[in-house]
Design a protein around this ligand. Sequence first.
Ligand code: AHG
Ligand code: MN
Ligand code: MN
Length: 337
Amino acid sequence: MNVNRTIQTLDEFTIQQLRDFPNATGELSNLLRNIGLAAKRINTEVNKAGLVDILGDAGNINVQGEEVKKLDVYANDQMVRVLQHGISCAGIASEELDDFVAFDDEKSVKSKYVCLFDPLDGSSNIDVNVSIGTIFSVYPRVTPVGTVVTKEDFLQPGIKQVAAGYIVYGSSTMMVYATRRGVNGFTLDPSIGEFTMSHPDIKCPETGKMYSVNHGNFFEYSKPVQQYITACQKKDKTNGGPYTQRYIGSMVSDVHRNLIRGGIFLYPGTTSKPKGKLRLLYESNPFAFIVTVAGGKATNGKIPILDVVPTELHERTPFFVGSIRMMEELETYLQNT
Ligand code: AHG
Ligand code: MN
Ligand code: MN
């Protein structure tokens, strides 16, 4: 049999990384593996999303008499389940749940990590076949191993993350994750059901041609943000403008594209929602970590996102993230706020 050994699976990669750290326990590798497993299950359901009516969605009951769950609830259940049954996670917090969940069984309390996630990002796009994603963030707990985790373990500034990543369910399904050592991307090979290395050592280009923002809110943005957006549209830019505007409305897909191609993503505060829409713990922090490790930058318009000390699980924040030079240019406008 002809086996292609140039491919490297997600599991092989995380285990290989461990070898450089003789004292590592393998818990983080195990956690990433579990997230990969949840992602494969979510992917299968996401791919069937358009069939819901055909399969008999009468109210909330399908033809098998099973309850048809909203995909974001399904995705949340899968994430909770794999993490609860794994050996590396002491508790989770999710965009879909009001409060964090502490895993209080004997095995879980001995785990050193907590995981925070947005199980399905861009879920309003599901019905129209647009790419969506899952976002996750991993922190070492601050309470002692052996005890049940508390809120304190979840309310840590993003700089404390040990890993963060996302899965994009797009034209192919991809998992990208970052540790302090770098950012790597794995594409799901459906023929073998494995995430395989496709984008090693991702670096965010220093500059790019794309800006991503919801233009519909333009008149609700602050003057400096409006001025920056207007500058993005001008021909006389010294740095190669006008830029191209791209906004899918699934942050995972928008930021993934900008990370690979170079670009900037903005979700500013508005007059009606001064803190914007995005959630610090489940959306902004993981992307701030990934893009920063890749050489880009992320701020709330005033300070680095990773330095913000959270006070509530579901708090929102204005969010600006992208290529370093484009972020620096944006900051020359925001200085005037
Ligand atoms: P979610 O589906 O988890 O609620 O998040 C959607 C988010 C994000 O993915 C996207 O960038 C943003 O909402 C789009 O919001 P607007 O429609 O307000 O631009
Ligand atoms: Mn989201
Ligand atoms: Mn969501």
